[in-house]
Design a protein around this ligand. Structure first.
Ligand code: IPM
Ligand code: MN
Length: 349
């Protein structure tokens, strides 16, 4: 039996996690396995009342007792600096060394693609976002704060080991999934040191995968090509910050943030799965939000822990629902959050 931690978090995180849990329960029945789900009340409310974000000992607990973690979303207007969100989300990513942020860009219905004349055959790639380094390490400082001479330094940390392991993960994925090409998005024309390292490492790793095409692009061009010629992409590998940016664009190519799934992965270790969207406080508790991103994220989690048949079945159920117009409002339909979740459960044979 697999042990899953469920952290619904804040805002619509709660609404969409409820639907994801329904799908987990449905998958248990249809595919005949058993999950042990343990819920954690981490989020803004706990932080505001108890001063606790991620309780001490949590990382060890997850490493020792869990197979995967599902998280909804974090963010609350009562915590303007988002301290709890950074502590929990970034704390898990860094603390569990989840170096792969895997974000598929795969629209599941033609109508969801905002690009003129494009179909699902043209947009189908995955982004490998480095998830433990770069500008997210928070190395730096402020000098002469509040004065006219203030200096703020925010370092961009790129290590050979960190860069190599994400590039290797991208090529391994391409090999395993029969993808033709790996594209690296960098900014080596400007970031002379850090991205020199990315360029050299990419060239070296690419040589170990002669059957897979490779190319590199400057990330500004990548954003352009994602819109103009998305069919050129199979696997994109990039750093933490660029990956953050291009995956919001990637989400819009598949129908918006409500549709996008993601996994924070360290192969072989307890990993974290969360939809790409945030907590959208103004829609919280109104039963209007789109649970599909969270449900596809649940499918990614199941795939990761070995239930790939269930994962495929969930994706197929989503496709079947969309095909008959069962959609939430953000993507042009009329279903509530709970009705969408129910429809997907129903479609899982
Ligand atoms: C994401 C989010 C996070 C990030 C925030 C909430 C820290 O935007 O998962 O893409 O920047 O990584
Ligand atoms: Mn983001």
């Amino acid at each position: 039996m697999k042990h899953i931690a469920i952290i619904a978090g804040d805002g619509i995180g709660v609404d969409v996690t409820r639907e994801a849990v329904k799908v987990f329960e449905r998958a248990e029945k249809v595919y005949d396995f058993k999950l042990e789900m343990t819920h954690f009340d981490w989020g803004a409310e706990k932080y505001l009342t108890e001063g606790v974000t991620m309780p001490e000992g949590s990382l060890e607990m997850f490493k020792n007792e869990y197979d995967a973690i599902f998280a909804g979303a974090f963010g609350d207007p009562r915590v303007p600096d988002m301290k709890h969100a950074a502590d929990i989300l970034l704390g898990l990513r860094f603390g569990l060394d989840l170096y792969i942020n895997l974000r598929p860009v795969k629209p599941l219905h033609n109508n969801l693609i905002p690009l003129k004349g494009r179909t699902t055959a043209d947009v189908n790639f995955v982004v490998f976002r480095e998830n433990t380094e770069g500008m997210y390490v928070n190395v730096g400082g402020i000098f002469k704060k509040g004065t006219a001479e203030e200096i703020a330094l925010q370092e961009d940390v790129n290590t050979r080991r960190g860069v190599e392991r994400i590039i290797v993960a991208a090529f391994e994925y391409a090999r395993k999934h029969g993808r033709k090409r790996v594209t690296m998005a960098d900014k080596s024309n400007v970031l002379r040191y850090g991205h020199d390292l990315w360029q050299r490492t990419f060239a070296e790793v690419a040589m170990r995968y002669p059957e897979i095409e490779n190319n590199t692009q400057f990330v500004d061009a990548t954003t352009m090509w994602m819109v103009l010629k998305p069919d050129q992409f199979d696997v994109i590998v990039t750093n933490n910050m660029f990956g953050d940016i291009i995956t919001d664009l990637g989400a819009s190519l598949q129908g918006g943030l409500g549709m996008a799934a993601s996994g924070n992965i360290h192969p072989g270790k307890v990993s974290l799965f969360e939809p790409v969207h945030g907590s959208a406080p103004k829609y919280a508790g109104k039963n209007v939000t789109n649970p599909i991103g969270a449900i596809l994220t649940a499918a990614m989690l199941l795939d990761y822990i070995g239930y790939s048949e269930a994962a495929n079945g969930i994706e197929k159920a989503v496709i079947d629902c969309l095909a008959v117009g069962k959609m939430t409002r953000d993507i042009g339909g009329g279903l509530s959050t709970t009705d969408m979740g129910d429809a997907i459960c129903e479609a899982m044979k």
